[in-house]
Design a protein around this ligand. Structure first.
Ligand SMILES: *[C@@H]1O[C@H](CO)[C@@H](O)[C@H](O)[C@H]1NC(C)=O
Length: 344
């Protein structure tokens, strides 16, 4: 009897040990395993305005997560490399509140020791209840919705921001995009595509319900990509646009009015009411065809920003030795430290 009890105690201890071990392994998986090189320091040209307050800075917002970190690092480098006032750029990184902050902060600071940046934990649970499953599960990640909450997350003194996805490379001066004229009290500027079939972004249920489709009655709505946007945060706050987006998401939970993730609520609130920006600022779709994984070509015209939107990512294709031709344009911004680079 005594012996048996000791046996039970021993197996209990083993179970506890296993639970602890798997918890430790799970947290180890959540830490950053990639190592990144240090980027060169970039200096302002003599004509750059001196930063006295947040007004003179160029504010850029991005999300940071462990799976797209390599993309984000490349995007940051590309922004700094092509702007004439790199020391005037301020980065606002939104991270999931479940991601360890210190790790990400150290990773950014190691590669960009001179970068002005701040991290903003985003409470996943605040939005997860509003997400209805979409046709592409990658789009259902709560951090994907953080762009709707920038006005709440960023300090009140930040009145304008350029939001960028993590799968972009900027090859022009970001200040040009940032300083777009937001005429007629418009809240948002982005390249828009009036040739895209706007009807296709919403379900027949939406279009056949007059009380819903009336939302587009007095505008000429066009598709725009939410991966590159200039946002007037003061106007956003004043109009409580976060709430307006949430209201559509709440409706989507009850009746299916669209199939994609965070994009359609933006279209519902803003399409037909944005300042159109030159298409050069979002050469999107380079991630390729979502169904067959085919490579995509650039749209005609000049290029200021390359965007690997879609399922395929350049770093994954390069690692797999199956790159698309345009992935060669992403590679020079890759800061990942390869084992070979460590040797040399
Ligand atoms: C636009 O999309 C809708 C819904 O998918 C479709 O019924 C319609 O035929 C399309 N229109 C054009 C011009 O392709």
């Amino acid at each position: 009897m005594h012996y048996r009890r000791r046996n039970v105690a021993a197996s209990l201890a083993t179970i506890i040990l296993l639970v602890l071990l798997s918890a430790a392994l799970a947290s180890a998986r959540a830490t950053i395993r990639e190592r990144f090189k240090e980027a060169p320091q970039f200096y302002n040209s003599p004509s750059c305005p001196t930063i006295i307050s947040s007004k003179e800075a160029v504010h850029v917002a991005m999300t940071l997560d462990l799976t797209y970190l390599r993309g984000s690092m490349a995007a940051i480098l590309s922004v700094l490399q092509h702007t004439s006032c790199p020391q005037n750029i301020f980065f606002h990184f939104v991270i999931s509140s479940s991601t360890p902050t210190s790790n990400l902060r150290a990773t950014i600071a190691t590669s960009f020791p001179y970068l002005h940046f701040e991290l903003y934990p985003f409470d996943d649970s605040s939005v997860s209840g509003l997400i209805s499953t979409s046709i592409r599960s990658a789009l259902d990640c709560p951090l994907n919705y953080a762009r709707s909450y920038l006005a709440n997350l960023l300090p009140i003194c930040v009145t304008r921001v350029v939001y960028l996805d993590s799968d972009v490379v900027v090859v022009d001066d970001i200040a040009t995009l940032y300083n777009v004229d937001l005429v007629q009290d418009k809240v948002l500027a982005a390249p828009q595509y009036c040739n895209a079939n706007f009807t296709a972004y919403f379900t027949p249920t939406f279009w056949s319900n007059p009380s819903l489709s009336v939302t587009f009655a007095n505008r000429h709505p066009c598709y725009f990509n939410t991966g590159v946007m200039v946002i007037d945060l003061n106007r956003w706050r004043a109009g409580d646009y976060t709430r307006r987006i949430e209201e559509w998401m709440e409706l989507q939970k009850r009746i299916r009015i669209y199939e994609l993730g965070s994009l359609p609520p933006f279209l519902l609130v803003f399409a037909g009411n944005i300042v159109p920006v030159d298409h050069r600022w979002n050469q999107h779709g380079l991630g390729g065809d979502n169904f067959r994984g085919l490579c995509r070509d650039l749209h005609p015209g000049p290029v200021s920003l390359l965007h690997w939107s879609g399922k395929g990512k350049p770093w994954a294709r390069l690692d797999a030795n199956r790159p698309c031709p345009l992935d060669a344009l992403w590679a020079p911004y890759d800061l990942l430290q390869t084992p070979f680079a460590l040797d040399s």
